[in-house]
Every structure is written in C-alpha cells, then in structure tokens.
Design a protein around this ligand. Structure first.
Ligand SMILES: NC(=O)c1ccc[n+]([C@@H]2O[C@H](COP(=O)([O-])OP(=O)(O)OC[C@H]3O[C@@H](n4cnc5c(N)ncnc54)[C@H](OP(=O)(O)O)[C@@H]3O)[C@@H](O)[C@H]2O)c1
Length: 274
C-alpha cells in the first residue's frame, strides 16, 4: 500500500528537507507551501531523483487552503499516514514591546495553524486506525528565554497540545510526537519578525540576545539532521513523545533535567548576563 505524507511549510529549511527525506523513503509526499511559486527547487530535485512528491498550496492560517489540500490528497490517494506540522516563524521582542496583535499573529501560525491542520486530517486517520502526527516544536518549547517570549510561549502551547492529544489519539492507533530542534541553520533567522519600540527599555538585552542568536544560527545544525530524526521517529513502532535534535538542544535539556528551577535560572542568567 502507498503511504502518504503531508509536510507544511515545505518551501524552505526543515520542511523542505523533511519532504524530500520522506519522498526518498518511498512516501507519496505532499510538500505543501503557502506560495507554490517557491516549489521550483524541490520539484527540480523530485524530477532528478524520480521521487513521488507533489507541491500543493496550504497556508496554515487559511482554513480553505487546508480543506482543499486534504480533499485533493484524499481524492488522489484515499489515505494520510504522516502529517508533519512544520510551518512557523520567529517573533523576536520583549513582552512590553510586543502588541497583542504581534502575539496573536505568532500564535495564529505557530499554534492555531497546527491545530487547524491536525483537525483536518484526524477523521481520515481515525477511520484508518493509523497515522502519525509530527509537531515541530523547539527546545524553546521547554525553556523560557528573554527577548523571545512570543515564540517561546507559542511552542510551550504546542508542547502541551501534543502531550495531551497523544493520550486522546493512541486508542485510535494514531501516534503523536514532538520534535525539539536546537538552533538549526535555516531561513528562520533571516525572516524573523523583530519588534522593538523606538524608546524601548529593552534595547540592550534585545540587541545582545539577537547578536547571540544570529551567531549561533551561523553555526547551527543542518536541517537535514532534523529530517533524519523525523524519518527515524516515523519508522518506529513505538515512537518516543519527544525527540531533541542538535547538541545544543540536548545540552540545554540535560542541564534542565539535572537542576532545580532556581539552579537552572541561575545557569541561564550566567550564560546571558556575565
Ligand atoms: N531554525 C531553527 O533554529 C529552529 C529551531 C527550532 C524549531 N524550529 C521550527 O522549525 C520550523 C521550520 O522552520 P525553519 O527553521 O525550517 O525555518 P524556515 O526555513 O523559515 O521555514 C519556515 C517555513 O514555514 C513557512 N510558513 C510560515 N508561515 C506559514 C503559513 N502561514 N502557512 C504555511 N507555511 C508557512 C515558511 O514559508 P514562506 O517561505 O512562505 O514564509 C517557510 O517555508 C518552524 O516551526 C520553527 O519554529 C526552527
């Protein structure tokens, strides 16, 4: 039987590599993106490697495009085995500098976009009694950090959602997993949305954290590593709830595990303020 995979945000970075990796594993892959004009590169590789990959439109903020994409897939393939919720963007700015609208937009894509897409595939997966949902969170979904509270809280919300739906869906044979990359070398940093008020009280910390993030992004883990982890998790009969990716993610999560909240806060403060 042909296995079918959907990836959101496949125009670049982790989504691009994951869609290709799934197609190379033999999945009929729907590399979805909000602007299909960005699909030329993935289609060129598809043709060269003779893969089963199609580019279709899906904007996670637009219910109609999600509905239409799922209709097309079910019409063509009659099933959905893997959904990778990857689309997202990076909002940077301290809480007092952000507007409610900045925060709502961040949640619209990073959290509600995931909810919308999951709800659109669940009836099919439940009827099949099988499927796996892969939610691309972040190490930022487990660890608070200054200057990125909007992004971090959207990923914390995604972690809570994923952990809860895992219980709801396992009786129907549907698996849920969370991917927690550290800093990955992708477009995320070039396309981030930075918000600072002209008279911001947080200019110094914002610039310091931004500088550190941009430096780290240059040395980030390649997105292919995230794709490899997703392939391994999807192939597992009993996938773990969470998969960190990258040495930085593993280091931070290990440090958090071994420390009390106060000890961990002091560790982050030392990294940031000394
Ligand atoms: N890079 C990192 O360090 C890192 C670390 C941890 C987690 N992550 C997560 O990994 C995921 C992928 O990010 P990336 O690093 O691969 O960055 P990226 O190259 O910027 O990819 C993000 C993708 O999401 C798409 N997207 C944004 N809004 C969308 C929408 N409304 N509907 C559909 N697609 C949309 C973008 O498409 P457009 O080209 O049309 O904007 C882009 O292709 C994100 O969820 C991010 O939070 C990244």
């Amino acid at each position: 039987m042909d296995k079918v995979a959907i990836v959101t945000g496949s125009a670049s970075g982790i989504g691009f590599e994951t869609a290709l990796a799934l197609a190379r594993e033999g999945y009929h892959t729907y590399a979805t993106m909000r602007d299909i004009k960005k699909g030329d590169k993935i289609l060129e590789i598809t043709k060269k490697e003779n893969l089963q990959l199609r580019v279709i439109e899906l904007d996670v903020n637009n219910e109609n495009t999600i509905k239409k994409a799922v209709e097309v897939i079910l019409d063509e393939k009659k099933r959905i085995d893997v959904l990778v919720n990857n689309a997202g963007y990076f909002l940077v700015g301290c809480l007092e500098d952000l507007t409610i609208s900045d925060l709502k937009d961040q949640f619209e894509t990073n959290f509600f976009g995931v909810v919308r897409t999951i709800q659109a595939v669940l009836p099919t997966m439940r009827n099949q009694k099988s499927g796996i949902i892969v939610n691309v969170s972040s190490v930022a979904g487990r660890i608070g950090f200054p200057v990125t509270p909007g992004y971090i809280s959207s990923k914390f919300a995604l972690e809570g959602l994923s952990e809860s739906m895992r219980y709801e869906l396992f009786p129907f044979g549907i698996k849920t997993i969370i991917i927690e990359p550290g800093v990955i070398k992708t477009n995320l940093f070039a396309t981030l949305k930075k918000v600072t008020k002209p008279d911001s009280a947080y200019k110094e910390i914002t610039e310091k954290v931004m500088k550190g993030l941009l430096m780290m992004s240059e040395m980030g883990t390649p997105p292919q590593e995230v794709a490899k982890t997703i392939i391994k998790a999807v192939a597992s009969d009993n996938p773990l709830p969470r998969y960190p990716v990258g040495n930085d993610a593993i280091m931070f999560l290990e440090a958090k595990k071994d420390k009390t909240d106060i000890e961990f806060e002091n560790y982050i403060k030392k990294e940031l303020f000394s």
